[in-house]
Design a protein around this ligand. Structure first.
Ligand code: XMP
Length: 538
Protein backbone atom coordinates (compact mmCIF):
# COMPACT_ATOMS: atom_id res chain seq x y z
CA UNK A 1 0.00 0.00 0.00
CA UNK A 2 2.74 2.46 -0.78
CA UNK A 3 1.54 5.83 -2.03
CA UNK A 4 0.87 5.49 -5.76
CA UNK A 5 3.09 8.39 -6.67
CA UNK A 6 5.94 6.93 -4.61
CA UNK A 7 6.96 10.33 -3.30
CA UNK A 8 9.67 10.42 -0.74
CA UNK A 9 9.03 12.85 2.01
CA UNK A 10 10.69 16.12 2.53
CA UNK A 11 13.27 18.43 1.12
CA UNK A 12 16.12 16.63 2.83
CA UNK A 13 19.70 17.51 2.23
CA UNK A 14 21.29 17.85 -1.19
CA UNK A 15 22.32 14.57 -2.87
CA UNK A 16 25.96 15.32 -2.18
CA UNK A 17 25.10 15.62 1.50
CA UNK A 18 25.66 19.36 1.63
CA UNK A 19 23.10 21.96 2.44
CA UNK A 20 24.49 24.18 -0.26
CA UNK A 21 24.12 27.88 0.18
CA UNK A 22 22.19 29.48 -2.62
CA UNK A 23 24.45 31.17 -5.11
CA UNK A 24 23.54 33.20 -8.16
CA UNK A 25 24.26 30.33 -10.54
CA UNK A 26 21.79 27.99 -8.86
CA UNK A 27 18.03 27.77 -8.99
CA UNK A 28 17.17 29.02 -5.52
CA UNK A 29 13.91 30.78 -4.84
CA UNK A 30 15.38 33.65 -6.87
CA UNK A 31 15.76 31.39 -9.91
CA UNK A 32 12.83 28.97 -9.71
CA UNK A 33 11.99 26.26 -12.15
CA UNK A 34 8.62 27.36 -13.52
CA UNK A 35 6.13 24.59 -14.29
CA UNK A 36 3.69 25.91 -16.88
CA UNK A 37 0.27 24.37 -16.27
CA UNK A 38 -1.60 23.38 -19.43
CA UNK A 39 -4.46 21.92 -17.45
CA UNK A 40 -2.63 18.77 -16.40
CA UNK A 41 -3.64 16.67 -13.47
CA UNK A 42 0.09 16.29 -12.86
CA UNK A 43 1.33 19.91 -12.70
CA UNK A 44 1.67 19.82 -8.89
CA UNK A 45 3.34 16.45 -9.07
CA UNK A 46 5.93 17.80 -11.53
CA UNK A 47 6.67 20.72 -9.20
CA UNK A 48 7.09 18.33 -6.27
CA UNK A 49 9.40 16.10 -8.26
CA UNK A 50 11.60 19.08 -9.15
CA UNK A 51 11.79 19.97 -5.48
CA UNK A 52 12.72 16.39 -4.68
CA UNK A 53 15.68 17.07 -6.94
CA UNK A 54 16.44 19.93 -4.50
CA UNK A 55 15.51 22.70 -6.86
CA UNK A 56 12.82 25.19 -6.03
CA UNK A 57 9.84 25.16 -8.40
CA UNK A 58 6.56 26.98 -8.82
CA UNK A 59 3.50 26.50 -10.99
CA UNK A 60 2.45 29.26 -13.38
CA UNK A 61 -0.54 29.49 -15.75
CA UNK A 62 0.02 29.05 -19.49
CA UNK A 63 -1.32 32.56 -20.04
CA UNK A 64 1.94 33.97 -18.61
CA UNK A 65 3.82 36.12 -21.15
CA UNK A 66 7.41 35.56 -22.21
CA UNK A 67 8.23 38.91 -20.63
CA UNK A 68 6.75 37.83 -17.30
CA UNK A 69 8.67 34.58 -17.48
CA UNK A 70 11.88 36.43 -18.21
CA UNK A 71 11.26 38.77 -15.27
CA UNK A 72 11.18 35.76 -12.93
CA UNK A 73 14.70 34.79 -14.09
CA UNK A 74 13.85 31.09 -13.97
CA UNK A 75 16.54 28.44 -13.93
CA UNK A 76 14.41 26.40 -16.33
CA UNK A 77 10.83 26.02 -17.55
CA UNK A 78 8.82 22.79 -17.74
CA UNK A 79 5.65 22.54 -19.82
CA UNK A 80 3.15 20.15 -18.23
CA UNK A 81 0.88 17.77 -20.06
CA UNK A 82 -2.72 18.72 -20.70
CA UNK A 83 -6.03 17.17 -21.69
CA UNK A 84 -6.38 18.93 -25.05
CA UNK A 85 -5.02 18.27 -28.55
CA UNK A 86 -2.80 20.92 -30.11
CA UNK A 87 -5.12 20.64 -33.13
CA UNK A 88 -8.19 21.75 -31.22
CA UNK A 89 -9.23 25.36 -31.68
CA UNK A 90 -8.54 27.25 -28.44
CA UNK A 91 -6.22 24.63 -26.97
CA UNK A 92 -3.79 26.21 -24.51
CA UNK A 93 -0.64 27.76 -26.00
CA UNK A 94 2.37 29.57 -24.65
CA UNK A 95 3.74 32.90 -25.80
CA UNK A 96 6.16 31.73 -28.56
CA UNK A 97 8.69 34.41 -27.58
CA UNK A 98 9.60 32.10 -24.72
CA UNK A 99 11.70 30.07 -27.17
CA UNK A 100 13.91 33.11 -27.78
CA UNK A 101 14.77 33.70 -24.13
CA UNK A 102 17.54 31.09 -24.02
CA UNK A 103 15.96 29.49 -20.94
CA UNK A 104 16.19 25.66 -20.86
CA UNK A 105 12.77 24.10 -21.54
CA UNK A 106 11.40 20.59 -21.03
CA UNK A 107 8.01 19.72 -22.51
CA UNK A 108 6.11 16.75 -21.12
CA UNK A 109 3.39 15.02 -23.21
CA UNK A 110 1.16 17.88 -24.43
CA UNK A 111 4.05 20.22 -23.56
CA UNK A 112 6.35 18.29 -25.92
CA UNK A 113 3.74 18.34 -28.69
CA UNK A 114 3.29 22.06 -28.23
CA UNK A 115 7.03 22.64 -28.59
CA UNK A 116 7.00 20.55 -31.78
CA UNK A 117 3.97 22.38 -33.18
CA UNK A 118 5.17 25.88 -32.28
CA UNK A 119 8.69 25.38 -33.62
CA UNK A 120 7.63 24.00 -37.02
CA UNK A 121 7.46 20.26 -36.45
CA UNK A 122 4.43 18.10 -37.15
CA UNK A 123 1.99 16.64 -34.65
CA UNK A 124 -0.32 14.05 -36.15
CA UNK A 125 -3.58 12.43 -35.18
CA UNK A 126 -2.81 8.82 -35.90
CA UNK A 127 -6.11 7.63 -34.51
CA UNK A 128 -4.27 5.33 -32.13
CA UNK A 129 -3.25 6.51 -28.68
CA UNK A 130 -1.09 4.99 -25.99
CA UNK A 131 -2.34 4.79 -22.44
CA UNK A 132 -0.52 3.26 -19.51
CA UNK A 133 2.64 1.20 -19.49
CA UNK A 134 4.40 1.26 -22.86
CA UNK A 135 7.73 -0.15 -24.05
CA UNK A 136 10.14 2.55 -25.25
CA UNK A 137 13.41 2.18 -27.17
CA UNK A 138 16.15 4.70 -26.57
CA UNK A 139 18.11 5.24 -29.79
CA UNK A 140 20.45 7.90 -28.45
CA UNK A 141 21.07 8.61 -24.74
CA UNK A 142 21.33 12.33 -25.53
CA UNK A 143 20.98 14.47 -22.44
CA UNK A 144 17.97 12.83 -20.81
CA UNK A 145 18.97 9.16 -20.73
CA UNK A 146 22.01 7.69 -18.99
CA UNK A 147 24.56 6.20 -21.37
CA UNK A 148 24.76 3.00 -19.32
CA UNK A 149 21.06 2.44 -18.94
CA UNK A 150 18.83 -0.08 -20.70
CA UNK A 151 17.85 1.04 -24.15
CA UNK A 152 14.51 -0.80 -23.83
CA UNK A 153 12.51 0.53 -20.90
CA UNK A 154 8.91 0.85 -19.76
CA UNK A 155 7.38 4.30 -19.53
CA UNK A 156 3.92 5.64 -18.62
CA UNK A 157 2.07 7.15 -21.57
CA UNK A 158 -1.23 8.96 -21.85
CA UNK A 159 -1.62 10.51 -25.27
CA UNK A 160 -3.70 10.44 -28.41
CA UNK A 161 -1.74 12.71 -30.76
CA UNK A 162 1.93 12.00 -31.56
CA UNK A 163 4.84 14.07 -32.79
CA UNK A 164 5.41 12.81 -36.36
CA UNK A 165 8.27 15.09 -37.42
CA UNK A 166 10.46 17.05 -35.02
CA UNK A 167 11.24 20.71 -35.72
CA UNK A 168 14.50 21.53 -37.52
CA UNK A 169 17.62 20.97 -35.49
CA UNK A 170 15.97 18.52 -33.07
CA UNK A 171 17.31 14.99 -32.56
CA UNK A 172 14.98 12.06 -31.87
CA UNK A 173 16.33 10.09 -28.90
CA UNK A 174 13.58 7.55 -28.20
CA UNK A 175 10.48 6.01 -29.77
CA UNK A 176 7.62 3.62 -29.00
CA UNK A 177 5.38 1.60 -31.34
CA UNK A 178 2.82 4.42 -31.61
CA UNK A 179 5.07 7.40 -30.95
CA UNK A 180 7.94 7.66 -33.42
CA UNK A 181 9.17 10.63 -31.39
CA UNK A 182 8.91 9.63 -27.73
CA UNK A 183 11.80 11.93 -26.77
CA UNK A 184 13.57 14.71 -28.65
CA UNK A 185 16.08 17.42 -27.92
CA UNK A 186 17.92 20.41 -29.28
CA UNK A 187 20.95 20.44 -27.01
CA UNK A 188 22.32 23.76 -28.32
CA UNK A 189 19.08 25.57 -27.62
CA UNK A 190 18.57 23.46 -24.48
CA UNK A 191 15.01 22.53 -25.47
CA UNK A 192 13.82 19.01 -24.64
CA UNK A 193 10.61 17.05 -24.94
CA UNK A 194 9.28 13.70 -23.76
CA UNK A 195 6.01 12.12 -24.81
CA UNK A 196 5.91 9.96 -21.66
CA UNK A 197 5.35 11.10 -18.08
CA UNK A 198 8.64 11.06 -16.17
CA UNK A 199 6.93 12.50 -13.08
CA UNK A 200 4.73 9.47 -12.27
CA UNK A 201 6.01 6.54 -10.26
CA UNK A 202 4.84 4.18 -13.04
CA UNK A 203 7.78 5.39 -15.17
CA UNK A 204 10.79 3.68 -13.57
CA UNK A 205 13.76 6.00 -13.83
CA UNK A 206 11.46 8.96 -14.50
CA UNK A 207 12.99 11.01 -11.70
CA UNK A 208 16.44 10.40 -13.22
CA UNK A 209 15.17 11.81 -16.54
CA UNK A 210 13.94 14.94 -14.77
CA UNK A 211 17.19 15.27 -12.87
CA UNK A 212 19.26 14.96 -16.03
CA UNK A 213 17.21 17.75 -17.56
CA UNK A 214 17.71 19.92 -14.48
CA UNK A 215 21.37 19.22 -13.75
CA UNK A 216 22.86 18.48 -17.19
CA UNK A 217 20.34 20.05 -19.56
CA UNK A 218 19.75 23.24 -17.59
CA UNK A 219 23.01 23.24 -15.60
CA UNK A 220 21.26 23.80 -12.27
CA UNK A 221 22.79 22.88 -8.94
CA UNK A 222 20.74 21.32 -6.13
CA UNK A 223 20.29 24.01 -3.50
CA UNK A 224 16.75 23.68 -2.14
CA UNK A 225 17.14 21.98 1.21
CA UNK A 226 15.35 22.01 4.52
CA UNK A 227 18.21 23.96 6.05
CA UNK A 228 18.34 26.55 3.27
CA UNK A 229 14.58 27.00 3.53
CA UNK A 230 14.70 27.49 7.31
CA UNK A 231 17.53 30.03 7.06
CA UNK A 232 15.74 32.05 4.40
CA UNK A 233 12.39 31.83 6.20
CA UNK A 234 13.88 32.99 9.51
CA UNK A 235 15.41 36.05 7.82
CA UNK A 236 12.15 36.86 6.04
CA UNK A 237 10.08 36.52 9.24
CA UNK A 238 12.48 38.78 11.17
CA UNK A 239 12.34 41.36 8.39
CA UNK A 240 8.54 41.31 8.40
CA UNK A 241 7.90 41.32 12.14
CA UNK A 242 10.76 43.51 13.35
CA UNK A 243 10.22 43.94 17.08
CA UNK A 244 6.42 43.53 16.81
CA UNK A 245 4.34 41.01 18.73
CA UNK A 246 2.83 38.04 16.95
CA UNK A 247 0.04 35.57 17.73
CA UNK A 248 -0.41 32.06 16.34
CA UNK A 249 -3.44 29.78 16.74
CA UNK A 250 -2.42 26.15 17.21
CA UNK A 251 -4.90 23.56 16.02
CA UNK A 252 -2.78 20.55 16.90
CA UNK A 253 -2.22 19.98 13.17
CA UNK A 254 1.16 19.91 11.50
CA UNK A 255 0.81 23.15 9.50
CA UNK A 256 0.10 25.51 12.36
CA UNK A 257 2.63 23.68 14.53
CA UNK A 258 5.46 24.04 12.02
CA UNK A 259 4.55 27.65 11.26
CA UNK A 260 4.64 28.43 15.00
CA UNK A 261 7.97 26.66 15.54
CA UNK A 262 9.51 28.53 12.62
CA UNK A 263 8.27 31.92 13.80
CA UNK A 264 9.50 31.07 17.29
CA UNK A 265 12.94 30.31 15.92
CA UNK A 266 12.90 33.71 14.20
CA UNK A 267 11.49 35.97 16.92
CA UNK A 268 11.44 33.88 20.12
CA UNK A 269 9.42 35.43 22.91
CA UNK A 270 7.72 37.94 20.61
CA UNK A 271 5.44 34.99 19.71
CA UNK A 272 2.46 33.88 21.80
CA UNK A 273 0.51 30.82 20.73
CA UNK A 274 -3.16 30.30 21.47
CA UNK A 275 -4.60 26.83 21.77
CA UNK A 276 -8.35 26.41 22.10
CA UNK A 277 -9.31 22.95 23.36
CA UNK A 278 -12.76 22.38 21.92
CA UNK A 279 -13.26 19.10 23.77
CA UNK A 280 -13.69 17.59 20.30
CA UNK A 281 -10.06 16.67 19.78
CA UNK A 282 -8.70 13.16 19.81
CA UNK A 283 -7.55 11.40 22.95
CA UNK A 284 -4.65 13.18 24.70
CA UNK A 285 -4.22 15.56 21.79
CA UNK A 286 -4.70 18.73 23.81
CA UNK A 287 -2.03 17.69 26.28
CA UNK A 288 0.34 16.72 23.46
CA UNK A 289 0.11 20.21 22.00
CA UNK A 290 0.72 21.81 25.37
CA UNK A 291 3.70 19.52 26.03
CA UNK A 292 5.24 19.99 22.60
CA UNK A 293 5.03 23.76 22.65
CA UNK A 294 5.11 25.02 26.20
CA UNK A 295 7.37 22.36 27.70
CA UNK A 296 9.68 21.27 24.87
CA UNK A 297 9.97 24.40 22.78
CA UNK A 298 9.51 26.93 25.58
CA UNK A 299 6.91 28.82 23.57
CA UNK A 300 4.57 31.12 25.43
CA UNK A 301 1.17 29.47 25.17
CA UNK A 302 -2.32 30.50 26.19
CA UNK A 303 -4.37 27.28 26.47
CA UNK A 304 -8.13 27.68 26.81
CA UNK A 305 -10.24 24.72 27.93
CA UNK A 306 -13.50 25.52 26.17
CA UNK A 307 -15.08 22.04 26.02
CA UNK A 308 -18.14 23.03 28.06
CA UNK A 309 -18.90 25.98 25.81
CA UNK A 310 -18.72 23.81 22.69
CA UNK A 311 -20.92 21.04 24.10
CA UNK A 312 -23.45 23.59 25.26
CA UNK A 313 -23.57 25.20 21.82
CA UNK A 314 -24.11 21.81 20.17
CA UNK A 315 -27.09 20.66 22.25
CA UNK A 316 -29.85 19.42 19.93
CA UNK A 317 -27.82 20.10 16.74
CA UNK A 318 -27.92 17.26 14.20
CA UNK A 319 -27.24 18.83 10.81
CA UNK A 320 -23.52 18.50 9.86
CA UNK A 321 -23.23 21.92 8.22
CA UNK A 322 -24.96 23.51 11.19
CA UNK A 323 -22.41 21.83 13.47
CA UNK A 324 -19.52 23.14 11.37
CA UNK A 325 -20.92 26.66 11.47
CA UNK A 326 -21.48 26.63 15.22
CA UNK A 327 -18.08 25.13 15.99
CA UNK A 328 -16.24 27.44 13.57
CA UNK A 329 -17.87 30.61 14.86
CA UNK A 330 -17.45 29.74 18.51
CA UNK A 331 -13.83 28.86 17.89
CA UNK A 332 -13.17 32.27 16.38
CA UNK A 333 -14.87 34.05 19.27
CA UNK A 334 -12.81 32.18 21.86
CA UNK A 335 -9.62 32.63 19.86
CA UNK A 336 -10.27 36.37 19.69
CA UNK A 337 -10.84 36.57 23.44
CA UNK A 338 -7.50 34.86 24.03
CA UNK A 339 -5.57 36.79 21.37
CA UNK A 340 -6.81 40.07 22.80
CA UNK A 341 -4.92 39.22 25.99
CA UNK A 342 -1.67 39.60 24.05
CA UNK A 343 -0.88 43.29 24.36
CA UNK A 344 0.05 45.07 21.16
CA UNK A 345 -0.05 42.01 18.90
CA UNK A 346 -0.01 43.22 15.31
CA UNK A 347 0.78 39.98 13.42
CA UNK A 348 -1.05 36.68 13.04
CA UNK A 349 0.68 33.49 11.85
CA UNK A 350 -1.20 31.31 9.35
CA UNK A 351 -0.15 27.83 8.23
CA UNK A 352 -1.15 28.43 4.59
CA UNK A 353 0.54 25.94 2.22
CA UNK A 354 1.46 26.17 -1.46
CA UNK A 355 -1.46 24.00 -2.70
CA UNK A 356 -3.87 26.43 -0.92
CA UNK A 357 -2.16 29.31 -2.69
CA UNK A 358 -2.47 27.60 -6.08
CA UNK A 359 -6.04 26.52 -5.48
CA UNK A 360 -7.27 29.86 -4.25
CA UNK A 361 -6.33 31.19 -7.68
CA UNK A 362 -8.78 28.89 -9.44
CA UNK A 363 -12.53 28.54 -9.46
CA UNK A 364 -13.54 26.37 -6.56
CA UNK A 365 -15.33 23.15 -7.24
CA UNK A 366 -18.90 22.52 -6.17
CA UNK A 367 -19.26 22.79 -2.42
CA UNK A 368 -19.62 19.33 -0.94
CA UNK A 369 -18.88 20.28 2.66
CA UNK A 370 -18.07 23.72 3.94
CA UNK A 371 -14.78 22.55 5.53
CA UNK A 372 -15.28 25.40 7.88
CA UNK A 373 -11.78 25.68 9.08
CA UNK A 374 -11.51 25.82 12.78
CA UNK A 375 -8.33 27.78 13.26
CA UNK A 376 -9.21 29.96 10.25
CA UNK A 377 -8.68 33.69 10.32
CA UNK A 378 -11.11 35.84 12.17
CA UNK A 379 -11.69 38.17 9.24
CA UNK A 380 -12.54 41.24 11.24
CA UNK A 381 -9.36 41.00 13.31
CA UNK A 382 -6.89 43.68 12.46
CA UNK A 383 -3.70 41.66 12.01
CA UNK A 384 -1.04 41.53 9.34
CA UNK A 385 -0.62 37.92 8.23
CA UNK A 386 2.64 36.01 8.52
CA UNK A 387 2.55 32.94 6.23
CA UNK A 388 5.96 31.31 6.38
CA UNK A 389 4.86 28.05 4.71
CA UNK A 390 3.07 29.48 1.69
CA UNK A 391 5.76 28.16 -0.70
CA UNK A 392 5.82 24.61 0.68
CA UNK A 393 4.13 21.32 -0.12
CA UNK A 394 2.94 19.19 2.77
CA UNK A 395 5.86 16.75 2.67
CA UNK A 396 8.26 19.69 2.83
CA UNK A 397 6.39 21.10 5.84
CA UNK A 398 6.90 17.76 7.59
CA UNK A 399 10.64 17.81 6.84
CA UNK A 400 10.90 21.34 8.24
CA UNK A 401 8.93 20.33 11.36
CA UNK A 402 11.22 17.40 11.90
CA UNK A 403 14.30 19.60 11.49
CA UNK A 404 12.86 22.09 13.99
CA UNK A 405 12.59 19.31 16.56
CA UNK A 406 8.82 18.80 16.66
CA UNK A 407 7.77 15.31 17.82
CA UNK A 408 6.71 12.68 15.29
CA UNK A 409 3.12 12.59 16.61
CA UNK A 410 2.72 16.17 15.44
CA UNK A 411 4.90 16.03 12.32
CA UNK A 412 3.19 12.89 11.03
CA UNK A 413 -0.29 13.62 12.34
CA UNK A 414 -3.09 12.52 10.05
CA UNK A 415 -5.30 15.22 8.59
CA UNK A 416 -8.03 15.91 11.13
CA UNK A 417 -11.11 18.00 10.41
CA UNK A 418 -11.29 21.35 12.18
CA UNK A 419 -14.68 20.49 13.78
CA UNK A 420 -12.99 17.37 15.11
CA UNK A 421 -14.98 14.56 16.64
CA UNK A 422 -18.02 16.83 16.32
CA UNK A 423 -18.45 15.55 12.76
CA UNK A 424 -17.57 11.95 13.66
CA UNK A 425 -20.34 11.63 16.22
CA UNK A 426 -23.28 11.32 13.87
CA UNK A 427 -26.33 13.12 15.18
CA UNK A 428 -26.32 15.09 18.42
CA UNK A 429 -22.88 15.57 19.99
CA UNK A 430 -22.74 14.86 23.73
CA UNK A 431 -19.76 14.57 26.10
CA UNK A 432 -20.62 10.88 26.64
CA UNK A 433 -20.63 10.01 22.95
CA UNK A 434 -17.41 11.94 22.37
CA UNK A 435 -15.79 10.02 25.25
CA UNK A 436 -16.86 6.66 23.76
CA UNK A 437 -15.70 7.66 20.31
CA UNK A 438 -12.36 9.02 21.41
CA UNK A 439 -11.54 5.74 23.21
CA UNK A 440 -12.45 3.65 20.16
CA UNK A 441 -10.59 6.05 17.88
CA UNK A 442 -7.44 5.82 20.01
CA UNK A 443 -7.54 2.03 19.65
CA UNK A 444 -7.89 2.23 15.87
CA UNK A 445 -4.93 4.58 15.59
CA UNK A 446 -2.77 2.65 18.05
CA UNK A 447 -3.32 -0.58 16.11
CA UNK A 448 -2.53 1.11 12.79
CA UNK A 449 0.63 2.46 14.38
CA UNK A 450 1.66 -0.90 15.84
CA UNK A 451 1.10 -2.54 12.45
CA UNK A 452 3.56 -0.03 10.95
CA UNK A 453 0.91 1.40 8.63
CA UNK A 454 0.93 5.04 9.80
CA UNK A 455 2.50 6.41 6.66
CA UNK A 456 0.67 4.20 4.21
CA UNK A 457 -2.81 4.93 5.46
CA UNK A 458 -3.91 8.50 4.78
CA UNK A 459 -6.44 8.61 7.59
CA UNK A 460 -7.71 5.93 9.96
CA UNK A 461 -10.31 6.72 12.59
CA UNK A 462 -13.53 5.68 14.28
CA UNK A 463 -17.02 7.02 13.62
CA UNK A 464 -19.98 6.76 16.00
CA UNK A 465 -23.25 6.47 14.04
CA UNK A 466 -26.49 7.32 15.73
CA UNK A 467 -27.77 3.74 15.97
CA UNK A 468 -27.78 0.92 18.47
CA UNK A 469 -27.79 -2.78 17.84
CA UNK A 470 -28.53 -5.94 19.77
CA UNK A 471 -25.69 -8.20 20.85
CA UNK A 472 -24.90 -10.90 23.35
CA UNK A 473 -22.05 -10.73 25.83
CA UNK A 474 -21.51 -13.30 28.59
CA UNK A 475 -25.00 -14.78 27.99
CA UNK A 476 -26.54 -11.35 28.50
CA UNK A 477 -28.42 -9.45 25.83
CA UNK A 478 -26.83 -6.10 25.09
CA UNK A 479 -28.20 -3.10 23.28
CA UNK A 480 -25.25 -0.89 22.50
CA UNK A 481 -23.56 1.53 20.17
CA UNK A 482 -21.94 0.64 16.86
CA UNK A 483 -18.50 1.90 15.95
CA UNK A 484 -17.46 2.15 12.32
CA UNK A 485 -13.79 1.97 11.41
CA UNK A 486 -12.82 4.19 8.49
CA UNK A 487 -9.36 3.84 6.96
CA UNK A 488 -8.44 5.24 3.56
CA UNK A 489 -5.47 5.60 1.26
CA UNK A 490 -5.20 8.82 -0.68
CA UNK A 491 -2.74 11.27 -2.18
CA UNK A 492 -4.54 14.50 -1.53
CA UNK A 493 -7.98 13.73 0.00
CA UNK A 494 -9.67 14.69 -3.28
CA UNK A 495 -10.12 11.01 -4.06
CA UNK A 496 -9.57 8.10 -1.71
CA UNK A 497 -9.86 4.35 -1.57
CA UNK A 498 -10.75 2.25 1.45
CA UNK A 499 -7.58 0.74 2.85
CA UNK A 500 -7.22 -3.02 2.38
CA UNK A 501 -6.31 -3.57 6.03
CA UNK A 502 -5.35 -7.13 6.94
CA UNK A 503 -8.26 -9.13 8.42
CA UNK A 504 -6.21 -9.94 11.53
CA UNK A 505 -5.68 -6.27 12.17
CA UNK A 506 -9.39 -5.54 11.77
CA UNK A 507 -10.19 -8.38 14.11
CA UNK A 508 -7.82 -7.03 16.74
CA UNK A 509 -9.32 -3.56 16.50
CA UNK A 510 -12.82 -4.96 16.74
CA UNK A 511 -12.20 -7.13 19.77
CA UNK A 512 -10.24 -4.44 21.58
CA UNK A 513 -12.94 -1.83 20.98
CA UNK A 514 -15.71 -4.13 22.24
CA UNK A 515 -13.73 -5.32 25.25
CA UNK A 516 -12.28 -1.98 26.25
CA UNK A 517 -14.97 0.54 25.45
CA UNK A 518 -18.03 0.10 27.58
CA UNK A 519 -21.28 0.62 25.67
CA UNK A 520 -20.08 -0.58 22.25
CA UNK A 521 -21.21 -4.00 21.09
CA UNK A 522 -20.57 -3.99 17.35
CA UNK A 523 -17.83 -2.83 14.98
CA UNK A 524 -18.17 -2.36 11.22
CA UNK A 525 -15.63 -1.49 8.52
CA UNK A 526 -16.46 1.12 5.90
CA UNK A 527 -15.63 -0.13 2.38
CA UNK A 528 -16.67 2.96 0.43
CA UNK A 529 -14.23 4.81 -1.78
CA UNK A 530 -14.35 8.56 -2.48
CA UNK A 531 -16.19 9.21 -4.71
CA UNK A 532 -18.96 8.17 -4.19
CA UNK A 533 -18.46 8.51 -0.42
CA UNK A 534 -16.49 11.22 1.32
CA UNK A 535 -13.71 10.45 3.78
CA UNK A 536 -15.65 11.77 6.77
CA UNK A 537 -19.18 10.59 7.48
CA UNK A 538 -20.55 14.08 7.90
P1 XMP B 1 -14.12 14.62 2.92
O1 XMP B 1 -14.90 14.11 4.07
O2 XMP B 1 -14.72 15.84 2.29
O3 XMP B 1 -12.74 15.10 3.56
O4 XMP B 1 -13.76 13.57 1.92
C1 XMP B 1 -11.60 15.47 2.83
C2 XMP B 1 -10.53 15.86 3.83
O5 XMP B 1 -10.92 17.04 4.55
C3 XMP B 1 -11.04 16.77 5.92
N1 XMP B 1 -12.24 17.48 6.38
C4 XMP B 1 -12.20 18.68 6.98
N2 XMP B 1 -11.16 19.46 7.32
N3 XMP B 1 -12.67 21.03 8.25
C5 XMP B 1 -11.40 20.64 7.97
O6 XMP B 1 -10.47 21.37 8.31
C6 XMP B 1 -13.77 20.28 7.93
O7 XMP B 1 -14.90 20.66 8.20
C7 XMP B 1 -13.51 19.05 7.27
N4 XMP B 1 -14.32 18.07 6.80
C8 XMP B 1 -13.51 17.11 6.24
C9 XMP B 1 -11.17 15.27 6.05
O8 XMP B 1 -10.71 14.80 7.32
C10 XMP B 1 -10.30 14.81 4.89
O9 XMP B 1 -8.92 14.85 5.23
Amino acid sequence: MSPPDGLSAGIGTAPDGSSAAIGTDTASRDHPVLVVDFGAQYAQLIARRVREAHIYSEIVPHSISAQEISARQPGAVIFSGGPKSVHVEGSPRIDPDIYRLGIPILGICYGAQLIAAQLGGEVSRTGIGEYGRTAMSVSDPGTLFGPDEDTERPVWMSHFDSIATPPDGFVITASTPQAPVAALEHPDQRIYGVQFHPEVAHTPGGQAVLERFLYQGAGLAPSWTTESFIDEAVDAIRAQIGDGRVVCGLSGGVDSAVAAALVHRAVGQQLTCVFVDTGLMRQDEGQQVIDAFRRSQGIELIAVDAADRFFEALVGVIDPEEKRKIIGELFIRIFEEAANQVDGAAFLVQGTLYPDVIESGSDSAAKIKSHHNVGGIPEEMDFELVEPLRDLFKDEVRAVGHELGLPDEIVWRQPFPGPGLGVRVIGEVTPNKVALLSKADAIVRAEIHDAGLDREVWQAFAVLPDIRTVGVMGDERTYGHVVVIRAVTSEDAMTADWARLPYDLLEKMSSRIINEVDGINRVAYDITSKPPGTIEWE
